[in-house]
Design a protein around this ligand. Structure first.
Ligand SMILES: Nc1ncnc2c1ncn2[C@@H]1O[C@H](COP(=O)(O)OP(=O)(O)OP(=O)(O)O)[C@@H](O)[C@H]1O
Ligand SMILES: [Mg+2]
Length: 230
């Protein structure tokens, strides 16, 4: 059952969001509330599965809303592959509809990993102001519509089955820290979660595949400012 996050107070006094790798971390908030900026500050680029990026990859335009089906198929595919490898998946999309959130929650369940939602509770006026100042603004009408969806969704999200619901005010977004702890899911369980739909096989790994380059960080990919945890 979802619980609001009561931030523990570490010695430094900063609030901490404690996350597990692998997991599905769903960012939820209207346009221009600061989701992508927050993600860039706390997570590695490769840990962020972005719907804008997926749109760009499928149709060359990250704002073209006509190809949502293809873009989100790619988002889900990337999450599946990453979870198979016990990777963190920070999903950067608005996640304002229950259907969108349920799709992500179902993926997390299928792979036996925690599902967390970060709610970006930023005032409408701030979103509008930030949008007006950015290079590619979406406009006040879009933000108002999305903000309304966010207000409607906020009380419902706690009943949707997420393991953790973290509410972040504009001030929290400035101050909060993240910690990522590694709790791998046994390979047999992630393999069983993979759908039987592969038409090709990448073949066996090259003999040197695991040995070339820098040895992997045992903590796995972590945020630039993530604090190491056991
Ligand atoms: N904490 C902050 N303080 C001031 N400005 C911010 C902050 N966070 C983000 N911004 C600015 O607000 C604008 C919108 O931020 P961002 O692109 O991260 O929002 P978003 O929620 O990802 O929007 P979208 O849903 O459209 O992708 C950007 O110009 C960004 O630089
Ligand atoms: Mg964004």
């Amino acid at each position: 059952m979802a619980t609001a996050m009561n931030f523990p107070q570490p010695q430094s006094g900063a609030r901490v969001i404690r996350l597990i790798r692998p997991s599905v971390v769903v960012l939820c908030g209207p346009a221009a509330c600061g989701k992508s900026s927050f993600a860039a500050k706390h997570f590695r680029p490769t840990q962020i599965v972005s719907s804008d990026r997926a749109r760009a990859l499928v149709c060359d335009d990250d704002r073209d809303q006509r190809f949502q089906t293809q873009a989100f198929a790619l988002v889900h595919f990337l999450i599946e592959q990453r979870l198979t490898l016990n990777r963190l998946c920070v999903v950067d999309s608005t996640a304002l509809t229950q259907a969108a959130r349920k799709g992500l929650l179902d993926l997390a369940r299928r792979f036996h990993v925690p599902a967390v939602v970060l709610l970006f509770d930023v005032p409408l006026a701030t979103c509008v102001e930030r949008d007006a100042q950015r290079e590619r603004s979406v406009g006040q009408a879009v933000i108002e519509r999305q903000y309304e969806l966010f207000v409607q969704a906020r009380p419902l999200i706690r009943q949707e089955g997420f393991d953790q619901v973290v509410e972040l005010s504009a001030q929290d977004m400035e101050e909060v820290q993240t910690e990522i702890a590694f709790r791998p899911v046994p390979r047999a369980m992630t393999a069983a979660a993979q759908p039987e739909r592969r038409r090709f096989s990448p073949g066996p790994p090259r003999p040197d595949a695991e040995t070339k380059g820098t040895p992997p960080d045992p903590r796995g990919p972590s945020a630039p400012n993530a604090r190491p945890t056991s």
